[in-house]
Design a protein around this ligand. Sequence first.
Ligand code: 5AD
Ligand code: SF4
Length: 482
Amino acid sequence: MNLIQDLEILDDLDAPKLTAEEAEGARKVYIETYGCQMNVSDSEIVAAILRAHGYGLTRDPEQADVVLLNTCAIRENAEQKVRHRLDIFRAHKRKQRPGLRIGVLGCMAERLRHKLLEEEQLVDLVVGPDAYRDLPRLLEEAETTGQAAVNVQLSREETYADIAPVRYDSNGVTAYVSIMRGCDNMCAFCVVPFTRGRERSRPVQSILDECARLVEEGYREVTVLGQNVNSYRYTENGTVVTFPELLYRVSLISPELRVRYSTSHPKDCSDELLHVHRERHNVCNYIHLPVQHGNTDVLRRMRRTYTREQYLALVERARRIVPGISLSTDIIAGFCGETEEEHRDTLSLLEEVRFDHAYMFMYSERPGTYAARKYKDDVPLEVKKRRLQEIIELQTRISLENNRKEIGRVHTVLVEGPSKRSPEQLCGRTDTNKMVVFDRQDFRPGDYVRVRITDCTSATLFGEPLGRTTLAESAHTEPVLV
Ligand code: 5AD
Ligand code: SF4
């Protein structure tokens, strides 16, 4: 039985992203996280809550008294992975560790609580994304009663603003800061509004304080997070702070702090926001801007609130206001009723925009969504697969062509740590969010290094380091040809 996960596959959105550090504590908790960056951030909040109540964290599931799976419900296969892991932990409990408590947190909790508790009797604990403060009590309850404990209540207020996350699997250089929760968009395919509830924004000052603390601790990059991050909106004493304003204020904390955000909706990508990218040297020249599809009728069925032409106009505007900005996107293949011609519109949109990167998915019907209630999931699996493959092949070619253009340019790279393949090499990201691998020399994580790009694949740039720099120094000089 393999309780240790293969942690190499970090780029897979559905793969587990973290384990926990060793710590002394009365009872040890092992946390495994699936899904988006928001879930990674939530696990850090869960770790903080449990630590404050005397629990220790462990990297080793064999040592754990409590195993928590922070789950994702976005696609069927994400759920299947979690079920498979639950089977493994349940067998471990039965054979070796009868006292083990197994909990399901996050997005699957609400959706599957009846199934998990009654039909399958799989778990001791089911806790939704807004109920983490209740975890210590629920663990107590499960312990004393021997029965499963549940809280899947969603909240209109909870933002965990006052909780300082325990960044237990951190590289010490880059950090996530959650700034809003939930989603009100109701895209037809998406389960998030049901699993995570209504949109709510975290108070401005608590965000600025957390970012400032990170700078003091030596962090060099923050990614502010929300399911729909650019609809951030917080009202204080009658004054409204919107996302561009918040981003601007975060960028003022330190000229050496890079600022990113994820994930945004095209409807909230205003000119004001684009101007913050332009004006602030430390707000990265990169936006993840999910388009989902290239055909206007499909976009309407998806309830995305924009047309193909409006999206293309937005891309044009972004590139005019922020020259050199890098864009990435999400694409869904095989949505309900998608014809061959509509599919080809997605391909032609990819050709037209030439994103640097895309996350590409096959449509997977999620119970309770608008699409599940109103449309037929009628594109045969084989057709979905073939269309997704065409999309992936095209985008891989475009990413490679875009990367080839980088050869000869010099980028400022923030070093994150050793590269996956060799301890003699370091890896880090450009301002435009491209991963660069280069020789270690005497550089360290947290350094800004000027790197001349010499080679690439569709996913990675390779280069030679030219020397240390500061973010302020490199602000208006890159990328340059030398
Ligand atoms: N099926 C396939 N992909 C989905 N996504 C969201 N819901 C579904 C679904 N039901 C994709 C979207 C979203 C990304 C996080 O996951 O592209 O932007
Ligand atoms: Fe998955 Fe969405 Fe939940 Fe993130 S918010 S864990 S992507 S279902």
